[in-house]
Ligand binder design. Sequence first.
Ligand code: IZC
Ligand code: ZN
Length: 409
Amino acid sequence: MSSLLIRNIGMLATPEGAQARRGAQQRAVRVLENAWIYTENGEIISYGSGTPPITMGDKLDADGRLVTPGLVDAHTHLIFGGWRQNELAMKIRNVPYLEILAAGGGILSTVKATRAATEEELAAKASAALDEMLSFGTTTCEAKSGYGLNKSEEIKQLRAIKRLNREHPMDVVSTFMGAHALPPEYKDDREGYLRLLCEEMIPAAAKANLARFCDVFCETGVFTAEESRRILETGKEYGLIPKIHADEIDAIGGSVLAGEIGAVSAEHLIVCPDEGISAMAAGGTIACLLPATSFYLNSTYAPARKMIEAGVPVALASDFNPGSCPCLNLQLVMNLACLKYRMTPEEVLTGVTLNAAAAIGMADRVGSIDRAKQADLVIWDAPDLNYLCYRLGSNLARTVIKKGVVQHG
Ligand code: IZC
Ligand code: ZN
């Protein structure tokens, strides 16, 4: 049996429970001072404040620092070939994201580079990204396919995700996103690609047990709300839980659809209309917000306060991808959520832990410091939660613990 006692914790801060927290509950974070946590075999056994009643096992002195649950990154496009630094000059000249895509760049340039790579190469590259994420305090993440855009290439990406989940300490949750763009081969045959998605790609991904979720890029020039509904309903038939990229650039009905079909989460929501917020509140959909993408696209920011006030649980994620957000650092996402969304540090902590875990079906195992949850923990170079959200541009993750084992620090 392996055990670990973390003692001398200056502040322990965690949301509570195994479900997404909404409204005022999102900021109801449990805070203990002068605390300790005891773990065995990768699970949290007990925690409290004052002198720990346990003396056995390995010990770690937090030296008066802040400890939180490991961060959960609920939205990444982790698996891809190449990068897109050649698009920076266009971005500086204000060429819009959708214009770069329509000209065959953007996602489609990453599709080319991803198709040219082997499963092993994709996994090796993503493994380095996972190492970096761990070093910033992320202990669980989601990863999407979506740069293959045909059956075998999407399966190749999903298999790379499965391999990483097995071989890397990070828990990696898999999402099928064959509906990320129309592939060049189907440029003049939308119906042909929709049929390929619904009749071959979704069934293949689901039957091989390679994905838990199905996601669609519902956007002008990509997939309409009606097409998105068809794809996500098909996914549901095969047991894939719906997610949707909605209202990132244009509001074309994605958030309303998310609520209507009971999507577990809707992503981006930068220009989400009021009716989308009501639909998500009614449908129990989590708003998965990606403020580093707003920053990187030079766009506006999602109406997070309105969402919290309407009772929509807000999760926060990186959106790590080679185009609109080449960023792996959730600490930066936390800064931006405070400053641009006007979320409090307590709301932000719930957004990057428990609500993010709920958005990827992991809230029963990770996302809070609770008995019987995984011992995924971060000791921060910070005395309290305010400090963690206030410092900008440093990596404050001092010790990162995954399933009771120190992985970084
Ligand atoms: O590669 O541009 N928004 N999909 C939807 C992305 C960004 C990823 C990309
Ligand atoms: Zn995305």
